[in-house]
Design a protein around this ligand. Structure first.
Ligand code: SF4
Length: 284
């Protein structure tokens, strides 16, 4: 029986909300408990940031259309940006080989977690029922993200875990086994350098424990009515790319997009993932 909490009843756990909590509990509170929209920009220069987001969204849409059966030649004619043209041809020439797989794109899955739902929308699920289940995630940042960052991100836990929890319908009615799952991050800017993460029962158990623990921490903190127990992150570098920085008195100006990308390239740096990395969550 779920215990009472101030989390909205409609609240759903996702890799984004869990990552926000891990990165900065205060950010989680402002975004998901107080549902506070704050008008600050995330990164400078604004125009390039927005253009990157739009290109990422368009790339996801193109591949979704392609995997839904629209011929590549027709889609090619709709592209009017040189970067998108390059990404598209990198995908056509070097993209994952789906031969023999049942392929679904923009597929949502959910399962129970802490009295709420844990949800994810997969860019692509490629399944050979009873044999293999590939999770493909398109990462449309201009530079490839460091493997260690991906390894430690909540997405690399949530997506395989949820597929094992909730993927039976896509697997011929049989539960997906952890050993059948592989998570692949594919970068249109680095098409021959995907990052692959195999999965197994040990990792599945570890993810179950980690996700359960996080949900319990969040629900427990959400019960405090008097004073916010959601602390501000001690790592103020995160604040530079956070829309709430003026509210938290952690600075006014946005961080530099290019500097942000350089940080993501460095193994030891763990900073916020910009929203264009979350484009796979958008509805088309
Ligand atoms: S500005 Fe900093 S402390 Fe405030 S919510 Fe954002 S990351 Fe957390």
């Amino acid at each position: 029986m779920p215990q009472s909490t101030n989390l909205p009843t409609s609240f759903q756990f996702s890799q984004s909300s869990l990552q926000d909590f891990v990165d900065c509990p205060r950010r989680f509170e402002l975004k998901y408990l107080r549902e506070l929209a704050w008008p600050a920009i995330e990164a400078e220069p604004v125009l390039e940031h927005e253009q990157l987001m739009q290109l990422g969204s368009r790339f996801h849409q193109l591949i979704h259309q392609h995997l839904s059966g629209i011929p590549a030649e027709r889609l090619t004619q709709t592209i009017d940006h040189p970067n998108l043209t390059r990404w598209w041809h990198n995908y056509l020439d070097h993209g994952p080989d789906f031969s023999g797989f049942q392929v679904s794109s923009e597929i949502p899955l959910s399962a129970a977690l802490g009295g709420h739902r844990l949800i994810a929308k997969y860019d692509v699920l490629a399944i050979k029922p009873g044999e293999q289940a590939l999770i493909i995630d398109w990462k449309t940042s201009r530079k490839k993200t460091a493997r260690q960052w991906l390894q430690e991100s909540l997405q690399t836990s949530v997506y395989p875990y949820l597929l094992v929890q909730a993927g039976a319908e896509l697997n011929g009615g049989e539960g997906v086994l952890p050993e059948q799952v592989e998570m692949i991050y594919w970068f249109p800017e680095a098409p021959s350098e995907p990052e692959r993460f195999s999965y197994n029962a040990k990792q599945y158990t570890a993810d179950h424990d980690r996700l359960t623990s996080l949900s319990e921490q969040i629900i427990a903190l959400g019960r405090d009515e008097e004073q916010s127990p959601f602390r501000l992150t001690a790592d103020e570098r995160r604040c530079r790319f956070c829309v709430y920085r003026s509210l938290c008195e952690r600075g006014e100006g946005a961080g530099d997009l290019y500097e942000r990308e350089e940080l993501l390239l460095q193994e030891e740096e763990l900073v916020f993932e910009l929203d264009f990395e979350q484009i796979g969550e958008m509805e088309y």
